[in-house]
Design a binder for this molecule. Structure first.
Ligand code: SF4
Ligand code: F3S
Length: 112
């Protein structure tokens, strides 16, 4: 089992999640984070920290595609262990539908 980040992180990237992860398994893209499914130890402490409610366990019905999405990008992007400022339009974009199609970037973030 693992936890995953879903599309509501896109264009928000609050990064509160990275501060609590005991194994530093968050990876940073230009406008979202992902969790490495093979590194996550399923502790669940990050889930309530996300203001956008974008972190979920993989036991939910549509989670399998998100596990593969998280795996793919965690292998391409740098690790992030330190909280940074949310994206400028985070509060406005929180909860918006269709974020994957509208805003997702495959580019890596800076990490750190
Ligand atoms: Fe890290 Fe625990 Fe969240 Fe997994 S569930 S990403 S180990 S804080
Ligand atoms: Fe994204 Fe939530 Fe972390 S918006 S960066 S999963 S705190």
């Amino acid at each position: 089992m693992t936890y995953i980040v879903d599309d509501n992180c896109i264009a928000c990237k609050y990064t509160d999640c990275v501060e609590v992860c005991p194994v530093d398994c968050f990876y940073e893209g230009e406008n979202m984070l992902v969790i490495h499914p093979d590194e996550c130890i399923d502790c669940g402490v990050c889930e309530p920290e996300c203001p956008a409610d974008a972190i979920r366990p993989d036991t939910e019905p549509d989670a399998e595609e998100w596990v593969e999405f998280n795996r793919k990008y965690s292998e391409m992007w740098p690790v992030i262990i330190t909280k940074k400022d949310q994206l400028p339009e985070a509060d406005e974009r929180d909860g918006e539908k269709g974020k994957l199609e509208k805003y997702f970037s495959e580019k890596p973030g800076e990490g750190g």
